[in-house]
Each structure stands twice: as structure tokens, then as C-alpha cells.
Ligand binder design. Structure first.
Ligand SMILES: O=C[C@H](O)[C@H](O)[C@H](O)COP(=O)(O)O
Length: 289
């Protein structure tokens, strides 16, 4: 089915109405002309994915985390209040919950809505089989729950995230959420059993001590060499078997499609076609698929 062309506005959309406070805590989204090339690419990917996958019949929508997702919400808001009033939006963490509330969209949770029509989320990197690394922002536990709950799971990212094998440009490693009291044991397991000798506990930047996830857990980042990353499903399964691990930021064979905004205004689309085969195509700038 042909993808629609994407009309990117050059003026900012109406500022979201805050239901939570008089002073919105998330920044307003600037006009396209003032965005960097990377931000334009993220917005292009997000707009294209929303236009293709968030349809009038979709009533329960999962909203992922990261710096690309605000553009997803911006495009959904632009579909209009009439369509959005009957929808409920499920967040993957604090950031997306704030985005939903500040955009005056209806907030729900996955325990109320365990079946989601479509979840759209960012990614740290996506390989040629639509496997991806997620968790650069420590949100991958809830993100994976929303990905699994969704009938359709879609990724959006800029062109730097589109790789053949995971770990090409995203080098910190595979994010692993662990219960705090087990972190040293899991780190030892990563170093000596799982083949990631440089695995480290993720430390906070504006706080003393480790990063603490929205679920109160710690994050370990575990780099693997290129050969190992050719089989992400195997790595994911082995890490997940370690006691103390809550979730692994490798999402294998979960996404139906990934949209990457390119510097020239085109969008690369990787999508699952028949029998799990992945097809890659490019939507020309302002053009058709
Ligand atoms: O934990 C964070 C999430 O997995 C993000 O979706 C991922 O890090 C990508 O974020 P961004 O769109 O900022 O590159």
C-alpha cells in the first residue's frame, strides 16, 4: 500500500495545553527551520510513522520514550481534538506520561489496557532484521511491555540509527535493568560468563551514584563485540536468564517497521513483509513510497 506524503509544517504547531501545571515542564517544539539536521530527521521519521500507522480506528496508543517521541505526540495532536478525544494514550515512563498530559491527551495505563492498537517508540539502533537496542534512557522495561502489548509496534529514529548490525554506532552497549541488590553479581556474570568484560554500572550525571530507572532499579551497560551482536536474540536470552536481571534492552523480532529520517529529507523504511522477510525502501523527500 503506498505511504502518504508527509507535509512538514514550517510554523510551530499550537503549544500543548497543560493539564498538570501552569508551567509546562517539557520544552515547546521549535519551527522546522530552526531545528538541527538531526532533529529534522527525527521529526520526519516521527511524522511519517504517525501518518502511516495512527489511523482513525486506533483508540489505544502506546507512546514510547526518548528525544524522537515528542515529534510523534506533536503529529498525533495535529490530527485534531475530535479524533483524539476518544483515544487513550499509554506511556512508557515518566517522560512520556508528562508528554501525554501536557498535550491534553487522555492518559491510561497498560494494566487497564493490556491490548494496545499501535505503539510508536524511538530506538538507539536498529539492525537489518528490525532487531533494536533500546534503553539509552533507561526506559526499556516498560517499553518492552508496551511493545509486546501492541498489535503493531513501530520504531522511529534518525539516519544514524539505521545499521546492519547492532553496536555499530551505538557503543555504550546493551542496557540491562537489574534489581539494585543483585547488580554486583550480574556485573560479575557479564564479565566472566556472558563475554562482556567492559560491562559497567550506569552512573548518573546530575546526581551522585547510579542511574535509577522509573521502576527503582539500576542499569548495567554491556558492550559486545561485532561478532556477538550478529545474534542479538541469543545474547538477549542468555542475559535474561541471569537472576537479578529485570529486562534486557534488546528487542528482537518485535517491530513491524522502522522509519529513519534522512538528511536529504527522504525517509528510509524497513518493514516486515511476508514470512518475516524485511524489505527496505526509501520515500523521496516530500514524495510517495
Ligand atoms: O530508554 C530509552 C528509550 O529506549 C529510547 O527510545 C531510546 O533511547 C531512543 O531515544 P532517542 O529517540 O532519544 O534516540
Amino acid at each position: 500500500m503506498p505511504l502518504p506524503s508527509v507535509d512538514i509544517p514550517t510554523t510551530p504547531l499550537a503549544r500543548p495545553v497543560s493539564m498538570a501545571s501552569a508551567t509546562p515542564i517539557s520544552p515547546s517544539i521549535p519551527p522546522l527551520a530552526t531545528l538541527s539536521a538531526i532533529e529534522q530527521s527525527k521529526r520526519l521519521a516521527a511524522y511519517t510513522a504517525v501518518d502511516k500507522h495512527i489511523l482513525p480506528e486506533h483508540k489505544v496508543i502506546g507512546i514510547g520514550s526518548g528525544s524522537t517521541v515528542p515529534y510523534v505526540v506533536e503529529r498525533i495532536v495535529s490530527q485534531g481534538a475530535e479524533l483524539n478525544k476518544d483515544r487513550v494514550f499509554i506511556p512508557t515512563g515518566f517522560q512520556s506520561k508528562e508528554l501525554i498530559v501536557l498535550s491534553a491527551l487522555n492518559l491510561g495505563d497498560v494494566d487497564q489496557y493490556p491490548t494496545i492498537d499501535v505503539t510508536i517508540d524511538g530506538a538507539d539502533e536498529v539492525d537489518h532484521e528490525l532487531n533494536c537496542i533500546k534503553g539509552g534512557g533507561a526506559c526499556h522495561l516498560r517499553e518492552k511491555v508496551l511493545a509486546e502489548a501492541a498489535k503493531t509496534f513501530i520504531l522511529v529514529a534518525d539516519y544514524r540509527k539505521n545499521v546492519k548490525y547492532l553496536g555499530t554506532n551505538f557503543t555504550p552497549g546493551v542496557p540491562i535493568e537489574v534489581v539494585p541488590f543483585a547488580y554486583a553479581k550480574v556485573l560479575q556474570n557479564m564479565h566472566h560468563i556472558l563475554g562482556s568484560p567492559r560491562a559497567t554500572l550506569r552512573m548518573a550525571v546530575a546526581k551522585a551514584g547510579p542511574v535509577v530507572s522509573d521502576n527503582g532499579n539500576f542499569i548495567i551497560d554491556a558492550p559486545f563485540d561485532n561478532g556477538q551482536m550478529k545474534e542479538p536474540l541469543g545474547i538477549m536470552a542468555r542475559i535474561k536468564m541471569l537472576t537479578g536481571v529485570v529486562e534486557v534492552g534488546l528487542f528482537c523480532h518485535m517491530a513491524q517497521a522502522a522509519y529513519f529520517g534522512n538528511q536529504d529529507g527522504s525517509v528510509t523504511v524497513k518493514r516486515k513483509v511476508e514470512k518475516g522477510k524485511i524489505e527496505e525502501a526509501v520515500i523521496a523527500a516530500g514524495g510517495q513510497f
